[in-house]
Write a protein that binds this ligand. Structure first.
Ligand code: ADP
Length: 479
């Protein structure tokens, strides 16, 4: 009995540590805005890198690609290819562009062999180039444009829209000799080795690709967010607000800024001892603090750490709890399935405990405890992601406060809110409805109902890759 009480006490402690009441979320929003300013002011001024993308025009489906005032030629009809590398999955895409519209698209996806994520640059890029080659051979090779979109979702310091060097790895990748190298060049070399006559014309982050596709469908799209294995966001900033790069001129007066928000940190974030243990287990300790509280790569592991401590300090899992000492044994997919089990006797939870964690016969009250742990982890993640989104809206003056810190006023005319769309993508957001509900609820809590109604979160499909193909098309014409 006393030991059961210990488990419940640990649960309560964890719940309090993870609490995200509106006041705290607003502190996170404000901290995000402060860090955005700092990251735009100078390189190294913040844990938010606020990286330039050199993407200064975005496609839209109804006319020439533009945002703000720019209008560039949009006459590159044809078939474009792109490659999307950046997490668990690797994709090759074929996008058929008609007169300003996507007519057709085809996507092939495969898992990245784990050894490649920690091997050599050459092996990784040979794998990528060969995958494109065999995809091209299977597709009709007609009207293939030489311009390739390359979505590479790690922090990159761009020199132009088609080149940039890797700053560091995240999400479990670590190929030492790659850091500092020009990513597009590495791929171009591999393409040449394979005898392919295509070159990277747009090197983008998954957030930028998603923003491009989001903007293509909806011109009010000002930002994009990814919540998959990792998490990140980008948005359209005015060039004159990018203080660290004075004299930066673009046709549009704006540029997409890749925030690399996974690395955001603030003392207002609700951090628990389990987050510190998780950080200690990772290869990128002290980095990506926000990501480690939010994204698919980590949520299951946070829950596992909590359950493991419960197993050690109470008898709720009986003797058969050894498996809980294995790092990453509880994936976020299982965490989601546990939280979403709505059967009266939690039979899915029983199955997962039994089959995957080798914990047979957990009584109902123990299964409920496990559900609660998964719920707390999910809720905190979704609320923090919502606070991040609200931070971007606030920076853009679109949070309804009417205080524009860059961009124009959030209100088009007095009393009337301007419509704002945010493109959003990633397995966690798309595949886990409870996560989405919590995120939506938290946005309403932070922004208020009226402002939240003016904000549309729009899921794009394969935006990171399709958007990159569209950007390759846009940029093939100004080379
Ligand atoms: P990546 O970010 O690696 O390119 P995805 O966007 O598909 O790929 O995201 C994969 C991540 O999303 C995984 O870490 C997984 O934990 C999470 N995920 C995918 N589907 C679901 C789901 N149905 N429920 C919860 N999490 C999911």
């Amino acid at each position: 009995r006393a030991r059961w009480r210990r488990a419940v006490a640990l649960l309560r402690e964890f719940e309090e540590g993870c609490a995200t009441p509106p006041a705290r979320l607003r502190q996170v929003v404000d901290a995000m805005v402060v860090e955005m300013h700092a990251g735009l002011a100078s390189d190294g001024g913040s844990k938010l890198k606020m990286l330039l993308t050199f993407v200064d025009a975005l496609p839209n489906g109804y006319g020439p690609p533009r945002f703000l005032t720019a209008a560039l030629a949009w006459n590159e009809e044809g078939i474009y290819y792109s490659i999307d590398l950046g997490g668990t999955n690797f994709r090759v895409l074929r996008v058929e562009v008609g007169s300003g519209s996507v007519i057709n698209q085809k996507v092939e996806q495969q898992l990245i062999p784990e050894e490649l994520a920690k091997g050599t640059t050459e092996d990784l890029f040979n794998f990528v180039a060969l995958a494109l080659k065999s995809f091209l051979e299977r597709e009709d090779g007609q009207d293939v444009k030489k311009a390739l979109g390359f979505t590479f979702s790690f922090p990159v310091r761009q020199n132009s829209v088609s080149s940039g060097s890797l700053i560091r790895w995240t999400k479990g990748f670590s190929i030492g000799d790659m850091v500092g190298k020009d990513v597009a060049q590495c791929l171009n070399d591999a393409l040449a080795r394979c005898g392919l006559d295509v070159r990277v014309t747009a090197l983008v982050n998954d957030t930028t690709g998603t923003l491009a596709l989001g903007h293509y469908y909806d011109e009010d799209t000002v930002a994009a967010v990814i919540i998959g294995s990792g998490t990140n966001a980008c948005y359209i900033e005015r060039t004159d607000a990018i203080i660290k790069c004075q004299g930066l001129l673009t046709n549009s007066g704006g540029m997409v800024v890749n925030m690399e928000w996974g690395n955001f940190w603030s003392s207002h974030l609700p951090r628990t001892p389990y987050d510190i243990s998780l950080d200690d287990e990772t290869q990128n300790r002290n980095d990506q603090g926000f990501e480690k509280m939010i994204s698919g790569m980590y949520l299951g592991e946070i829950a596992r750490l909590v359950l493991h401590r419960m197993a050690q300090e109470s008898d709720v899992f009986g003797d058969a709890s050894d498996s809980l000492s294995n790092p990453f044994i509880l994936s976020t997919l299982f965490l989601a399935a546990i939280r979403e089990d709505d059967s009266p006797d939690l039979s899915e939870v029983r199955r997962i405990l039994q089959e995957h964690l080798k914990i047979p016969d957990a009584p109902l009250k123990t299964r409920r405890l496990v559900v609660k742990v998964c719920d707390i982890v999910t809720r905190r993640a979704a609320c923090l992601a919502a606070a991040g989104i609200a931070g971007i809206l606030k920076k853009l003056g679109r949070d309804g406060s009417g205080v524009a810190s860059s961009g124009g006023s959030g209100r088009a005319t007095r009393g009337q809110l301007r419509r704002t769309a945010v493109a959003i993508e990633g397995g966690l957001y798309q595949g886990y409805p409870v996560f989405r509900e919590y995120l939506d609820e938290a946005l309403v809590e932070i922004l208020g109902e009226e402002v939240a109604r003016s904000v549309t979160l729009r899921v794009t499909e394969d935006g990171s890759g399709v958007g990159a193909a569209l950007l390759a098309a846009v940029h093939s014409s100004n080379r």
